[in-house]
Design a binder for this molecule. Structure first.
Ligand code: BT5
Length: 326
């Protein structure tokens, strides 16, 4: 009921009378009052005037389905959202529900207390300063192809930022960078049988409205936020809705026809590493080389110091610029 009333208030520019709400939904005045109070508790500013009714004055900066749906242009991604004010990790939660849930369900949180990066690393996720979400996918393909989903995520973020007027680069395979610093990281996890995927979780974290002083000291040299770079506050709702829409647009051809060419094109055109001297890190060891290209399989083609040219598969590998992060 609460959400139906919210929808009605969002649609109306003027006051909506208690009587019309009560008639429309067949509920008592007391039930309406309760719903309005619950919305107010969540940060909705609602004006109420006797005999005139209720008017929505402003909506809070939260990433619920009701708030992002006007920016969602999808068939299935984000049609159902598990929303949390605070959670340990959206990827962990998505894994917990993945078997019962359908493809496209997402988990969003305003804050993560144990946000995760790759290989057990952490992802700083301060409250309402970023976007932290995980998408459940169930593609019918061999587990080998899953790494390409990370590239789809990266391409979707890069395209969305561009649409919002922010130029960014993709640091193959899972980071988005602006001016050489990371604004977004992607964590892809999978549950599979030998040759069948049960589910894949794509977790995306974007630093949106953090100030310089809000970036933890130990990552200041390599992390930034959209607000710092664009010098403007960014609409988190619009950004999340846009990322989900672009993700679905790039995902459907890959899932249905194994066509990933548009994603590869975006990863190539917006690459932060092609043409650069890089370190290809594998655990505690690394090799120096030069990134030449990204092939149709989504692998990075690297010419190593010894002259060997190899296709590097994303797996457990990290890339660093020879000087600095990238
Ligand atoms: C990643 O790992 O970049 C993947 C991050 C994925 C986060 C999302 S948020 C929603 C979902 N739920 C989760 O629990 N996770 C996903 P990796 O490439 O391993 O980079 C991690 C490293 O980036 C850390 O070791 C830090 O050095 C640095 N880092 C941590 N927090 C950061 C931040 N907010 N911004 C930039 N860099 C950060």
């Amino acid at each position: 009921m609460r959400n139906k009333i919210l929808e009605l208030l969002k649609e109306s520019e003027d006051f909506v009378s208690g009587e019309s709400i009560s008639k429309k939904f067949g509920v008592t005045r007391a039930a309406i009052w309760k719903a309005i109070n619950s919305l107010k508790d969540d940060g909705y500013e609602i004006e109420s005037i006797p005999r005139k009714g209720y008017k929505l004055v402003s909506s809070p900066d939260i990433l619920t389905y009701e708030e992002i749906k006007e920016y969602l242009d999808t068939r299935f991604i984000g049609n159902k959202i598990y929303y949390y004010d605070s959670i340990d990790s959206t990827n962990k939660m998505a894994k917990d529900i993945a078997f019962e849930e359908k493809e496209g369900v997402i988990v969003v949180a305003e804050e993560q207390t144990k946000g995760r990066g790759r290989l057990g690393r952490t992802w700083e996720s301060p409250k309402k300063k970023g976007i932290y979400f995980s998408v459940i996918l169930k593609p019918q393909m061999t587990p080998m192809k899953v790494a390409k989903l990370t590239l789809i995520g990266a391409a979707a973020v890069c395209l969305s930022l561009k649409e919002m007027g922010i130029e960014s680069k993709i640091k193959w395979p899972n980071d988005i960078v602006i001016n050489g610093k990371k604004v977004c990281g992607i964590l892809t996890e999978m549950n599979s049988e030998l040759n069948m995927i049960n589910y894949v979780i794509i977790g995306i974290g974007v630093n949106v409205n953090l100030e310089e002083s809000e970036i933890p000291e130990d990552i200041k040299h390599k992390a930034t936020s959209l607000k710092i770079e664009a010098k403007n506050r960014i609409d988190r709702k619009k950004l999340l809705g846009t990322i989900l829409s672009k993700f679905e647009e790039l995902y459907i051809p890959f899932r249905d026809e194994e066509n990933i060419s548009r994603t590869i094109e975006i990863c190539r055109n917006s690459s932060a590493v092609i043409g650069k001297e890089i370190k290809v890190m594998n655990g505690s060891t690394y090799k120096l080389g030069r990134a030449l290209d990204i092939n149709e399989a989504g692998e990075l083609i690297v010419e190593f110091e010894d002259g060997n040219i190899e296709n590097v598969f994303s797996g457990e590998i990290s890339i660093r610029g020879v000087e600095g992060y990238i």
